[in-house]
Write a protein of this length. Structure first.
Length: 150
């Protein structure tokens, strides 16, 4: 991949792309387990990775490299810039997390939980008691890791 840095074109290697992506996820990203309502299946859970930034280029770069979607979020206050959000969900999010995992630092534990969760979950939600306990433990651990404040 070619990028322009300080007016010079440079080629990024695969490892550099993954390390760069992991750094952005560590600093600006969120790895979570969403619990949403779906009228057909009554409820569903899925892993989501997202990055929110005021620089649209970063979000579009992630979309070009790894897929997903980019949404513009309006500013919460009149003097704030609008933000952009890159979103990757379910199996695609898990695949992304698996390839950036070796480069993650701050959100490595979140990624490991998300991968474990997505591998264990099934569409339709028919789980053994042990699987239910594992899934709930992953949800609780992820919630603790993502908790704001002290």
């Amino acid at each position: 991949m070619q990028i322009t840095l300080l007016g010079q074109r440079t080629e990024m290697k695969k490892t550099e792309i993954l390390a760069y992506a992991a750094g952005i996820v560590d600093g600006e990203g969120c790895i979570t387990i969403l619990n949403k309502w779906d009228s057909r299946s009554k409820t569903y859970d899925k892993v989501q990775v997202d990055i929110t930034n005021t620089n649209e280029w970063i979000c579009q770069w992630f979309k070009m490299q790894f897929g997903g979607t980019v949404r513009m979020c309006k500013a919460h206050k009149s003097n704030w810039k609008p933000t952009f959000k890159w979103i990757l969900e379910a199996d695609k999010a898990t695949a992304f997390l698996k390839i950036v995992l070796p480069y993650l630092n701050i959100k490595k534990a979140n990624a490991e939980i998300a991968i474990s969760y997505q591998v264990t979950r099934r569409i339709g939600g028919h789980y053994s008691q042990d699987e239910k306990i594992l899934l709930e433990a992953d949800r609780v651990r992820m919630k603790q890791l993502n908790k704001k404040g002290v």
